[in-house]
Design a protein around this ligand. Structure first.
Ligand SMILES: Cc1ncc(COP(=O)(O)O)c(C=O)c1O
Length: 426
């Protein structure tokens, strides 16, 4: 733009931040549509896309994706409620996750979801038990741990032997046979998800090849394997690396499982929403040190946890870029933890209190992972569409946070008193 201002679609972000206050998440509606359409075009209409709600569960974003034809991958009863509230058909919902409770399984069976991705023998038994009690057959796929290193951050690797996710490849056949012999279960296929922010396609190739082999063995044994859920995990650039192209990812799918005549699904999260969102923040204080300025901003690890959790570095831009020699700075938040640091930046001019900045690529695992640590309210989210914007989550108030707390009515509370049990969720 000629005035040097940074825009999201046609909105001047500096003006938006000044008007709405900070910290605040902003998303581009056009970018969401574009990333969904590119993904759908690359994998083809035979592959059903189920957005991983955990990456960003905002209702407006889920609704927008649902309207584009996207299904959802959920990992909790709360995410199920969100997906249904966003208008997603239960027939497009897959329930993943390693620790589903009896209540969540009941909720999902009653909703009539498409598929449970089962992660252990114990969970399979629990689903069978709940389904028996409700006189239904639960559609189950076994999520297999293929023992493949996704070559990503240790804390988002999920497909290595010993990781808590999935059923050991060696036990999957036997467990599938058990599911097939259980009246209340309908084994529909296999699932795999080896991790997140994956930048190399070879681990996918290895994992999918192992799943394909298992599917063939099961079929040879007389067990129908109609569906294959290939998980999510495809990485994005974060400004410093080139992620695999969607077309090359689609080729891996075709090469490995394309010939199996199975219904295919994928569960991307980050790749659909990561690049569409940014976090806007304001500089509060500058503390010069021997090697870099410490720049204290009003956003913190509770608003954007990825740097503290994984050492991730989100590119930063000033909303009104200013010429000047670059001055190294460490951007930190106000939370009382040394982990509340966004990283070292060497490309920015000397920042000043009042400067407004944006962390880029913050659409996935940003607002979704936010907490209220240090009694900091959850920050607002804004959706931009051309020159319009809408607040799609307003700023939480401290009063709302405190409203969940209550005086301990010691004299009233006894384990034998049933009337108090309901108070936990009331
Ligand atoms: C089961 C499952 N599916 C899909 C995803 C989405 O991963 P990503 O956002 O990296 O695509 C995750 C997140 O790790 C997951 O646990």
């Amino acid at each position: 733009m000629t005035d040097g201002a940074v825009h999201l679609e046609a909105i001047d972000l500096d003006q938006l931040a000044a008007k709405l206050g900070m910290p605040i998440y902003a998303y581009s509606s056009a970018a969401i549509v574009e990333s969904y359409r590119s993904f759908a075009t690359a994998v083809g209409e035979d592959v059903s896309i189920c957005f991983a709600v955990k990456a960003n569960g905002n209702l407006t974003i889920l609704t927008q994706l649902a309207k584009l034809g996207c299904g959802m991958d959920i990992v909790s009863g709360g995410e199920l409620e969100r997906a249904l509230a966003a208008g997603v058909s239960p027939l497009r919902i897959i329930f993943s996750g390693v620790g589903k409770t009896r209540e969540e399984i009941t909720q999902a069976l009653d909703a009539g979801i498409h598929q449970f991705n089962v992660e252990s023998a114990s969970e399979l038994d629990l689903i069978a038990d709940v389904a028996t009690g409700r006189s239904v057959r639960a559609p189950v796929a076994l999520r297999v741990n293929p023992d493949v290193d996704a070559l990503t951050h240790d804390k988002i690797s999920t497909g290595r032997k010993g990781d808590k996710f999935g059923i050991d490849l060696d036990h999957a056949y036997e467990l599938y046979a058990r599911a097939a012999a259980t009246a209340s279960l309908n084994p529909v296929g296999l699932a795999v998800h080896i991790g997140s922010q994956i930048m190399d396609l070879e681990p996918y190739r290895r994992a999918y090849t192992r799943i394909a082999k298992l599917a063939q063995q099961l079929r040879a044994g007389g067990y129908p394997v109609r569906r294959l859920d290939l998980g999510g995990g495809l990485g994005i650039s974060y400004g410093h690396a080139t992620p695999p192209s969607l077309d090359s990812y689609a080729s891996v799918i075709r090469d490995t499982v394309g010939g199996l005549c199975a219904e295919l699904a994928v569960e991307p999260g980050r790749r659909l929403i990561g690049e569409a969102g940014i976090l806007l923040a304001q500089v509060l204080h500058i503390k010069p040190t021997h090697d870099a300025d410490i720049v204290v901003i009003d956003a913190a690890m509770n608003d954007l946890a990825r740097p503290a959790l994984y050492g991730s570095l989100h590119p930063v831009t000033m909303l009104r870029p200013r010429p000047g020699p670059a001055r190294p700075c460490r951007i930190v938040g106000p939370v009382c933890e040394s982990a509340d640091a966004f990283g070292l930046y060497t490309h920015l001019p000397a920042l000043l209190p009042g400067d407004r900045i944006a962390f880029l690529y913050a659409g996935a695992y940003g607002a979704a992972m936010a907490s209220t640590y240090n009694a900091r309210p959850l920050v607002p989210e804004v959706l931009v569409d051309g020159s319009r914007y809408a607040i799609i989550r307003r700023r939480q108030t401290v009063a709302e946070m405190m409203a969940l707390e209550a005086d301990p009515r010691w004299r009233d509370m006894k384990l034998s008193d049933r009337s108090d049990l309901g108070a936990i969720s009331a």
